[in-house]
Design a protein around this ligand. Structure first.
Ligand code: ZN
Length: 581
């Protein structure tokens, strides 16, 4: 007998074999039992979730000698033919392979003929969204007037690419990605019956790698079991590059305790074992997400990426993180993932990112809020209540914004800004302030960042946001019509009533306006009277800490200018460090 892959051997043969799609199985069985089978079905969902397998079981059930039945016998000519893939009345068309023009034409010609053996002709069209317009039109004609013996099962991973005219003629079923518990259970069953030796954690790790696809899970298990060794987390990790739970746990613990000496060897070992830096950061994202869920959402153990049985461990580990630190880490990993994808040296990028993460943790712990407000430190964000800080741009080396520079700003400024906002909430903010920020964050992170840095006041009918007199950018942004509308909308959503919204600058700003913000008097005349210093001397002066010197550094590079503007929009007048890559 020729070799059959695990996936083929374990392809569902009955409705009971189908994993994780109970809602669909129940409806199909009801339709068969009550004689309410329709002519066209749309099975949509991610790959490897059982769409074509379900279609085949369905075909078997309809054409079984003892059927139509919800329990096809598996032994009659029809059942065997479907299983072997040579049933004359079950026609499979792969729309992805040649876009289906000839097949659909053929289908149109032959669909009228009665079935050769069974009751029904079942057409299974896989990846139906790949059909050409011409093929779709031909299919539509057939779907409009299907012969009584024809059943169509259209399967797709992208239902949104199927024309509405086709969709509207189908009964649609959405197949779910399998969750970790379902996949692990399935793998356990297969491993037990195939006599594959395993450690439980190894199967969880495999299931995690399969990302909801039963086909991928079995494929991966087949790949690692081919060695003939017992499946252990280490083996899986070595072969597939999936990081073991213990390792991620170690990395998280090192970050929690700002243990640089423990952290970097662990990360280095993990990368040396073949894990891609991007993948590791992604897995860290999942792990910190799990820690956050264990801490804040203990009722939903089923959401854990690393499996429900890890809950107690995660919960305990999460206690090492204070306040909103886990949320901060998760959100900076989100930013880090976007950046590491573009980084020329992902490994270095990951290490720098981790260094900043550790740093940020120390910063928050070491620096009380009051101190941060009184004396803006290297990574403090000015708070609106304090006298407005002059925009400071420090240039080091070439004017090129390295990933490192941007992330430093992000990782270090954010927690302090949070603290500042917390401080404000106690004294100034209306009761719904926190909710307002939460809601805004869902709609626009950018606007939320602008709003968070304002000083809010509420008189019962109107919410007023105040900014220091020279925060023109914030003021202008929050005056824009789209943002005004967004604010009103969100205010209504969180309070349930119409609330007015206003945004003001404190004092009369124009005399304080920094020179570079003023409209240029003339395009040709230099806007500055003072003798120009050489760039080098300005930088040196800036290094010594003179604010005036900061202000005088001009940014010529358009790219840098843009980045600085963006950073200002997000973090306020934060000190921006431009470093060489
Ligand atoms: Zn049968």
């Amino acid at each position: 007998m020729s070799y059959l892959s695990l996936y083929r051997q374990w392809r569902p043969q009955t409705f009971e074999d189908i994993v994780g799609q109970d809602h669909i199985v129940r409806t199909l069985k009801n339709a068969i039992a009550n004689g309410r089978v329709v002519h066209a079905y749309m099975f949509s969902g991610p790959r490897g979730t059982g769409k074509t397998s379900t279609a085949k079981v369905f075909a078997k059930a309809l054409n079984c000698a003892e059927g139509p039945t919800v329990k096809p016998c598996g032994e009659c000519t029809s059942c065997v033919a479907v299983k072997e893939g040579n049933a004359l009345d079950v026609i499979e068309i792969d729309a992805a392979s040649n876009r289906g023009i000839d097949e659909i034409r053929d289908l149109r010609d032959k669909v009228r003929f009665t079935p050769a053996q069974g009751r029904y002709k079942v057409y299974i069209i896989d990846e139906v969204h790949m059909l050409t317009m011409e093929a779709f039109n031909a299919l539509l004609k057939t779907l409009e007037e299907p012969p009584s013996h024809a059943i169509f099962v259209l399967a797709t991973t992208e239902a949104n690419r199927v024309p509405a005219t086709i969709l509207s003629r189908c009964q649609r079923f959405d197949f779910n990605r399998l969750n970790l518990a379902q996949l692990t259970k399935h793998l356990t069953k297969v491993a037990d019956q195939m006599g594959i030796a395993y450690e439980k954690d190894a199967l969880t790790l495999l299931a995690r790698k399969a990302e909801g696809s039963a086909r991928d899970a079995l494929g991966l298990m087949e790949q690692v079991s081919a060695l003939g060794e017992k499946l252990t987390p280490k083996l899986i990790s070595d072969m597939l590059g999936a990081t073991e739970f213990e390792r991620l746990e170690g990395i998280a613990a090192a970050i929690a305790s700002s243990d640089v000496r423990g952290l970097f060897p662990l990360v280095s070992d993990t990368l040396m074992s073949g894990t891609d830096p991007r993948q590791l950061l992604g897995e860290m994202g999942e792990h910190f997400m799990d820690l956050m869920l264990a801490k804040d959402c203990p009722a939903r153990k089923d959401l854990l990426h690393s499996g429900e049985e890890r809950f107690d461990q995660l919960k305990k580990a999460s206690e090492a993180f204070e306040g909103s630190r886990l949320q901060e880490i998760v959100s900076s990993i989100g930013v880090g993932l976007a950046e590491i994808g573009k980084a020329p040296n992902p490994r270095l990028s990951l290490e720098l990112f981790l260094a900043r993460l550790v740093n940020a943790g120390q910063g928050v712990k070491a620096q009380p809020v009051a101190a941060a407000e009184a004396a803006p430190s290297r990574h403090a964000v000015p708070v609106p209540k304090a006298p407005a800080a002059a925009p400071a741009v420090k240039a080091e080396g070439k004017k090129e914004v390295a990933d490192a520079g941007k992330k430093e700003t992000a990782a270090q400024a954010a927690p302090v800004a949070e603290k500042a906002a917390e401080g404000q909430q106690k004294t100034e903010a209306p009761a719904f302030w926190g909710q307002l920020l939460d809601e805004l964050r869902l709609r626009s992170i950018r606007v939320e960042a602008l709003v968070r840095q304002s000083r809010p006041s509420f008189d019962g009918t109107t919410l007023t946001l105040e900014y220091p007199s020279n925060w023109f950018f914030h003021h202008q942004k929050m005056q824009e019509e789209t943002n005004q509308n967004l604010m009103k909308e969100v205010l209504k959503a969180v309070t349930g009533t119409e609330i007015g919204y206003k945004c003001v600058l404190l004092g009369d700003g124009d005399k304080d306006r920094p020179e570079k913000e003023k409209p240029a008097e003339s395009k040709d005349k230099p806007s500055r009277v003072a003798p120009r210093k050489s760039k080098k001397s300005k930088i040196e002066e800036a290094e010594k800490g003179g604010e005036a010197a900061f202000d005088e550094i001009e940014i010529e590079d358009e790219k840098v200018k843009k980045s600085v503007e963006m950073a200002k929009a997000l973090f306020g007048e934060v000190e921006i460090k431009v470093v060489e890559d």
